[in-house]
Design a protein around this ligand. Structure first.
Ligand SMILES: Cc1cc2nc3c(=O)[nH]c(=O)nc-3n(C[C@H](O)[C@H](O)[C@H](O)COP(=O)(O)O)c2cc1C
Length: 241
């Protein structure tokens, strides 16, 4: 019986560790970032800058689909094809020893296995095509496979879909993914913090993503309750000056 108890104890703690490695050990985080071919590459770039700068993140596994490479080129004018150090440099404006870029066709990469402990995965932006593949367990590339692994291991998977309008297929796929534990965080900027620039919009949204990834940041635009109308009007006017 004693051995059964210790067996149960070991198995339970190792299961917890496998599910949320850093919840128990409080070590630095390993995060997988997938970039697919939906509009909104700027969100991905800003998120990577924050993750790279964070002392709480030790490693970023980055996978960019072929369509993702194309949209990044269209929207940000950056060449992020390939897997060498140039890709991280293009996004971050500097070298990084935290970012490891994997080819989307490399289904033998670390993140393709549940035995590799990734604390969370985020797909930002997430195309309707990748969303559909993940919702149906179809793993045609490393982004889909890594997401499938997060779901099967019960680890955090965050999806940032971008499309408008959504058709019923998109909505059903999002519902299905939410029901099996993925977090759906649509790329919808908010305005209650009175943004004055596109950067304000993007930063506020990226701060929300960091919240969901459990990575600290210095957000100055958290909602602190309604201000009197006069104060709001003054803030809005200040922004227009
Ligand atoms: C400039 C551009 C913008 C696009 N924007 C979106 C979008 O917002 N949402 C979406 O689902 N697909 C969008 N697409 C289409 C996807 O890139 C396409 O469906 C692709 O096959 C997705 O592949 P992936 O999921 O492997 O990245 C866009 C394509 C281009 C070229």
């Amino acid at each position: 019986m004693a051995s059964l108890t210790s067996f149960r104890g070991d198995s339970y703690s190792s299961r917890l560790l496998a599910t949320a490695p850093n919840a128990l050990t409080n070590t630095m985080k390993t995060i997988t970032v997938g970039i697919t071919g939906a509009s909104g590459s700027l969100y991905a770039q800003r998120l990577l800058v924050h993750l790279n700068a964070s002392p709480e993140v030790s490693r970023i596994d980055l996978v960019i689909t072929q369509a993702g490479v194309r949209v990044v080129s269209e929207e940000l004018g950056l060449n992020v094809a390939g897997t060498d150090a140039r890709v991280a440099r293009a996004f971050l404006g500097e070298e990084s020893d935290k970012v490891l870029v994997h080819s989307p066709s490399d289904i033998g990469a670390t993140v393709a296995s549940g035995s590799y402990l990734s604390d969370a995965m985020i797909i930002v932006p997430c195309s309707m095509g990748s969303l559909a593949a993940i919702a149906h367990g179809i793993t045609r590339d490393l982004v889909h496979r890594a997401a499938d692994v997060m779901l099967k291991e019960g680890r955090p998977l965050l999806l940032v879909p971008r499309e408008t309008p959504f058709n019923v297929i998109h909505l059903e796929n999002m519902l299905k993914l939410a029901q099996i534990g993925a977090k759906i965080i649509p790329a919808m900027p908010s305005f209650y913090h009175l943004p004055q620039t596109i950067d304000d919009l993007v930063e506020h949204f990226v701060h929300r993503l960091l919240d969901h990834l459990g990575v600290s940041h210095k957000q100055e635009t958290r909602w602190t309750g309604s201000k009197p109308a006069r104060q709001r009007a003054e803030a809005a006017t200040r922004g227009k000056e």
